[in-house]
Design a protein around this ligand. Structure first.
Ligand code: A3P
Length: 293
């Protein structure tokens, strides 16, 4: 990324979005007061964040599940570090559910009491890369690019909002014993959403009836979220953040293995080498294609 294109600001070695960054929030983050029943979704960008926001919102809020309230997911499950709508977190009723892209070392220290729960959602990084590429071309506040090669270099070098994908996942994984954390993959959610919802409910100690689980799964499918204005962020990305065209959406393809349509064999092999080098001690399972077991 050229200097003129730099849309991030570095704070403690992590790249925040310059336009959304608020120093007063981030510099006090470590001391931010946590409640025992707080829940955090943690992701690297483009790994299924709004999907998981929708799932947790449906699990926790009956009114959301029954569609008797009209609150956008972003306001039910707001971003901890980018409080775009300036919500009053301190006065939000419990349980509060947040989302965050922060690395393990920047989150509130209170999370180390291991009471509040963290759901870490990860996705195979070639699909993350491609999703980021399209999203960057869609959003006015992100740099557009017509070169996957350059974009891949920036991704692999961590010249991105969210910094380096490898550092993010490795940091959280290697420090997992410091937190009350569960890892789940985007691809597992995609392969079997119902089982994933049940696994998430079990971690969150939330018991739902069969019908309620069905309602969560139904409203969290790609097609249903894509057409649901409360879930798809259409208004926010178009009118609050700004898009370069009218067709683009937060819910783009929602596929596993879309990277195959974008990366050349050579790019994919170079990516694999760097992945293998970085991830050799991380036993998390990655699914790169939809038919893979
Ligand atoms: P694609 O660009 O590959 O389609 P995030 O919310 O972290 O920014 O991630 C966005 C990615 O998650 C997008 O990926 C989006 O389509 C996908 N996504 C969002 N909701 C989904 C759902 N219900 N099912 C599958 N994928 C979903």
């Amino acid at each position: 990324m050229d200097n003129k294109d730099k849309v991030y600001v570095k704070f403690k070695d992590y790249n925040f979005h310059k336009a959304l960054f608020k120093m007063e929030i981030v510099k006090n983050m470590e001391d931010y007061e946590i409640r025992d029943d707080d829940v955090f979704i943690v992701t690297y960008p483009k790994s299924g964040t709004i999907w998981t926001q929708q799932i947790l919102s449906l699990i926790y809020f009956e009114d959301h599940r029954n569609r008797t309230e009209n609150i956008p997911t972003m306001d039910r499950v707001p971003s901890l570090e980018y409080n775009i709508h300036n919500l009053d977190f301190a006065n939000m009723p419990s349980p509060r559910i947040f989302t965050s892209h922060l690395p393990y070392y920047l989150v509130p220290k209170g999370l180390k009491d291991k009471k509040a729960k963290i759901l870490y959602v990860y996705r195979n990084p070639k699909d993350v890369l491609i999703s980021c590429f399209h999203f960057s071309n869609l959003m006015v506040i992100l740099p557009s690019s017509n070169s996957i090669e350059k974009f891949m270099q920036n991704f692999l070098n961590g010249n991105m909002i969210g910094s380096c994908w490898f550092d993010h996942i490795k940091g959280w994984y290697e420090h997992r014993h410091d937190f009350n954390i569960m890892f789940i993959s985007y691809e597992d959610m995609k392969k079997d959403l119902r089982s994933s919802v049940l696994k998430i409910c079990s971690f969150l100690e939330k018991e739902l009836s069969e019908e309620d689980v069905d309602a969560v799964v139904r409203q969290a499918t790609f097609q249903n979220m894509k057409s649901d204005p409360l879930a798809n962020y259409k208004y926010i990305i178009k009118h609050e953040l700004g898009t370069r065209n009218d067709e683009g959406s937060f819910l783009r393809k929602g596929a596993v293995g879309d990277w195959k349509h974008h990366l050349t064999v050579d790019q994919s092999e170079r990516f694999d080498k760097i992945f293998d080098m970085n991830m050799k001690n991380i036993p998390l399972k990655f699914i790169w294609n939809i038919n893979e077991e």
